[in-house]
Ligand binder design. Structure first.
Ligand code: SF4
Length: 306
């Protein structure tokens, strides 16, 4: 097992990773208030995302459904893991749609914890959430970022796709060589690729597929390109690449700070591979400016590096 470095030995955060602390501007406070009022959970807060000041300040956020406890324990993820205490809340989709409407969102992003304790792994709850959003915000597009629906993949994909999300995301997270070490035995690199391809096969309508890669976990740049190549070979339209941040000393250590020039190089490689959109940058997360990612893929505007 990799030891975690004592604080003094840990690589110092470079200039390009520094973000401004969230300011209590009116949009930020409004989003926070709506989340508390609706008893809603966001991945922005659960994962301690460094972009929260910027995204909430723009009046956007990414909703996390199915509770705050994940049944997996990936080595890079800060979301609380354990045994969830309650089944999915049937009123959550309605509260979420209400909050999204109050925020005036034109593109709504929804993700979740893994719920291996629920028979459909949360697929029905995803479908209910998408439908509630479509009813409440008929002009908005809906993006989901799902778990792998362990053991009930086919049925769960059919359930979710029946609700017709506009963007279907499933993160591969890391390169093939590190996948089992970072994600545990239940997840699989090939299963993630299969799932992304199967979405397109089952959809019966035009859906964008999307995946994200975290760098700084010990992979090489060539392995990142190999992963992008695998994603393209499975029909993925949108890819995001961002720097790993170690959430606590118990999590996987940061292997390296990837330089902005390397992110630009990833973007060029992704462009050459034919992705509709490549967002590649130190602070990019799969839901970072997701509306712009979708727009880039739809309009062929292409790749962006921050
Ligand atoms: S990048 Fe995504 S998770 Fe992070 S604050 Fe923005 S919307 Fe939330």
């Amino acid at each position: 097992m990799q030891r975690s470095l004592p604080v003094a030995e840990r690589p110092r955060r470079p200039e390009w990773m520094k973000v401004r602390a969230p300011s209590a501007n009116s949009r930020y406070s409004e989003v926070k208030g709506l989340m508390r009022e609706g008893h809603l959970v966001t991945i922005c807060e659960e994962a301690r995302c460094p972009n929260i000041g910027e995204c909430w300040g723009r009046g956007t956020a990414t909703f996390q459904i199915l509770g705050d406890t994940c049944t997996r324990a990936c080595r890079y993820c800060y979301v609380h893991s354990g045994r969830p205490e309650s089944p999915p809340d049937p009123l959550e989709p309605l509260r979420l749609a209400q909050a999204a409407a109050q925020m005036g969102l034109s593109h709504v992003v929804v993700t979740s914890v893994d719920r291996d304790d629920v028979p459909d792994r949360g697929a029905g709850h995803y479908a209910a959430t998408i439908r509630a959003l479509q009813r409440k915000l008929p002009g908005a597009t809906v993006e989901i970022l799902t778990p792998d629906f362990l053991g009930v993949e086919e049925e769960s994909l059919a359930t979710v796709l029946d609700a017709r999300p506009d963007v279907f995301g499933h993160n591969i997270e890391t390169v093939r060589r590190l996948h089992a070490r970072m994600r545990g035995a239940k997840a699989s690199y090939d299963k993630a690729l299969w799932l992304l391809r199967r979405v397109k096969e089952l959809a019966g309508y035009r859906v964008l597929t999307k995946s994200g890669i975290i760098v700084g976990l010990g992979e090489t740049n060539d392995e990142v390109v190999d992963t992008m190549r695998d994603l393209r070979a499975h029909g993925v339209d949108v890819v995001t690449i961002g720097q790993y941040l170690q959430p606590s000393p118990k999590h996987a250590p940061i292997d390296r700070w990837v330089h902005p020039d390397e992110f630009r190089w990833f973007r060029e490689q992704g462009e050459a591979l034919g992705f509709g959109s490549v967002f590649s940058g130190p602070l990019v997360r799969s839901s970072y400016r997701a509306d712009e990612q979708r727009h880039a893929a739809e309009t062929g505007r292409g790749a962006v590096a921050y």
